[in-house]
Design a protein around this ligand. Structure first.
Ligand code: PEP
Ligand code: MG
Length: 582
């Protein structure tokens, strides 16, 4: 323990399990250390040179980014890069900065921040929607220059700084940051905000990266380099751990090491006590997870989020690269089925990907999922072509995220048909007919209008993570709403029942692939409502199987009328308690 450093226990919400010891690395987004003290007269020339170096480095960074983009992404991202380059080269901006440094004796960082704030004020007063949209571009560019200034003009990746053996302390990391940092040996994450339903938390669980979220005092209590014990099992972060904490860590590690390796389970559906079958699938993308899913007896991959291919690098993956990843998946599955979801970037997921999406006031209600695909057909078609090629290697289905209208499914089907015709014409191996095309039900309108959707698709998957946030108007990333955001809400369960009934009547497959599908405590609710396909984190499959094997569908069905009449969470919980008694 550092001399004088006192042990301190911080509480948070568990986002990904595991226990690790590491050094804290504070990285609070968009925070630049701005020196507001006046510049001495003899430092002016040096400061102007620093500014010029940072501007030149930012220009080079944008040019490099442009070079790395090719194909569809270049087409999509160029307008933003052009706007950013224009802002950077604006003679007015440069003149203003030079004047502030020369006359006002501002340091370069302080001048950049002051110029940014002044211009934003001007944009706002003009009340022009175009200029308002430029506010974010301006902030984005200035943040890049500030980063370059901090790096002394050296090129490098932005804001990615945690190193081997460190525990990142941040506000709300983006999934792209986590994907990159995990590759650099990050040990864990303490987020001061966020929730366990965020995409970053879901990814941390996939990466086996212990994570806490909503640790309100972490930023104040921890300093760079502090030794921290992150306990993702109990939701604690212990700064300057004492001997008893380290003993607890060792005990946990020993228990992990002594855990028997899971005996491989055959990939057969689980069976309830009264003989109904329930297919347990895995939500998985990484090779290790896919292998884990196979060992634990998953009957296939029920949700393959293609976003991960986009989070691994700053440039958009082309068709061949996507095909190579899907080929690896299909070969690993060895004939078991996979459901591939088209790109669902947007909201919190697009940050730091190669896809430079315009800032939106309400990204969760914005251009994401299939909305993005239909507005950027080149990106959608690249994915569809890769998926159609992969369909030669095993049974797969194509799933569309964020569907609101049946017309969206019809439009994607037309694109898919065109891609298939192209592949045939080019002599590229592809199936004769389209694989099944399905829709996520995660927008309330999709659940309420499910009959129309069913006419246009071959299967459905309920995404309770998003459906919950849209039905309850509670941001899934907002830790402060953790008490409200809850998929066990009666309104959610009524929608699930509605979708299940409609899918059954239409004779089309339906699964649930939100986090609730792997929540053993809530599974009896889904079984009662008629769900027979579940897709979850691989590690949750054994517990889910045990719940299914212990369930009796006849008695579960008997409580459905009461379940659907419930008016509160408390009533649902009481019913669940009853259901769980053997
Ligand atoms: C969901 O919304 O429930 C879902 C499975 O998709 P994601 O978590 O990727 O938004
Ligand atoms: Mg979703």
């Amino acid at each position: 323990m550092a001399p004088g450093a006192a042990r301190r226990v911080l509480e948070g919400q568990r986002a990904a399990p595991g226990m690790v010891l590491g050094r804290a690395r504070l990285q609070l987004a968009h925070q630049h250390a701005i020196d507001g003290t006046p510049l001495p007269a003899d430092a002016i020339d040096g400061e102007l040179a620093r500014l010029d170096t940072a501007l030149a480095a930012t220009r080079a960074e944008l040019a490099e980014l442009r070079q790395r983009l090719h194909g569809a992404l270049a087409h999509e991202a160029e307008p933003f890069l052009d706007t950013h380059a224009l802002i950077l080269d604006d003679p007015e901006l440069r003149r203003g900065l030079i004047e502030m440094i020369r006359q006002g004796r501002y340091r370069a960082g302080a001048a950049l921040v002051a110029q940014r704030d002044r211009l934003i004020e001007v944009f706002r007063r003009m009340d022009d929607p175009y200029l308002r949209a430029r506010e974010d571009d301006l902030s984005h560019v200035i943040a890049r220059v500030l980063d370059a200034l901090e790096r002394g003009g050296h090129q490098g990746e932005r804001r990615i700084a945690a190193r081997l053996g460190e525990i990142l302390v941040t506000e709300n990391p983006s999934p792209a940051e986590l994907a990159t940092l995990a590759r650099h040996g990050l040990r864990g994450v303490i987020a001061t905000a966020g929730s366990s339903y965020s995409h970053a938390a879901i990814l941390a669980r996939s990466l086996h990266l212990p994570m806490l979220c909503n640790v309100a005092d972490a930023a104040a209590a921890l300093a760079d380099g502090d030794l921290v014990l992150l306990d993702g099992e109990d939701g604690l972060a212990i700064a300057h751990p004492a001997a008893q904490d380290l003993a607890a860590l060792r005990q946990w590690q020993r228990a992990q090491a002594a855990r028997p390796r899971p005996t491989p389970r055959p990939a057969v559906p689980a069976r309830t006590r009264d003989g109904e079958t329930v297919a347990l699938y895995a939500n998985a993308e990484l090779p290790g997870e896919i292998a884990e899913a196979r060992v634990l007896g998953a009957v296939g991959i029920g949700l393959y989020r293609t976003e991960l291919l986009y989070l691994r690098q700053p440039a958009l993956p082309g068709e061949d690269e996507q095909y190579a990843a899907l080929r690896e998946l299909m070969l690993a599955l060895d004939g078991a089925p996979a459901t591939l979801r088209t790109l669902d970037l947007g909201a919190d997921k697009a940050i730091d990907t190669g896809l430079d999406m315009p800032a939106e006031d309400n990204p969760a209600l914005g251009v994401r999922g299939v909305r993005h695909g239909l507005r950027h057909p080149a990106i959608l078609r690249t994915q569809l072509r890769a998926m159609l090629r992969a369909a030669q290697l095993g049974p797969l289905r194509i799933l569309l995220p964020m569907v609101t209208l049946a017309e969206e499914i019809a439009a994607v089907r037309a694109h898919a048909q065109a891609c298939l015709a192209e592949l045939h014409a080019e002599g590229v191996p592809a199936p004769q007919t389209l694989p099944p095309l399905g829709a996520m039900v995660e927008v309330p309108a999709a659940a309420l209008g499910v009959r129309a959707l069913l006419e246009h698709c071959d299967f459905l998957a309920i995404g309770t993570n998003d459906l919950t946030q849209y039905v309850l108007a509670a941001d899934r990333n907002q830790g402060a709403l953790a008490g409200l955001y809850d998929p066990r809400h009666p309104a959610l369960l009524r929608l699930v029942a509605r979708v299940a009934g409609a899918a059954r009547r239409a004779g089309k497959p339906l699964s649930v692939c939100g986090e609730i599908a792997g929540d053993a405590g809530a599974l009896p609710l889904l079984l009662a409502l008629g769900i027979r396909e579940l897709s979850m984190l691989p590690a949750r499959i054994p517990a889910a199987r045990a719940v299914v094997e212990n369930a009796d569908c006849t008695s579960l069905r008997a409580v459905v009328p009461r379940l659907l009449r419930a008016t509160s969470r408390a009533e649902i919980e009481a019913l669940l308690c009853k259901l769980q008694q053997p």
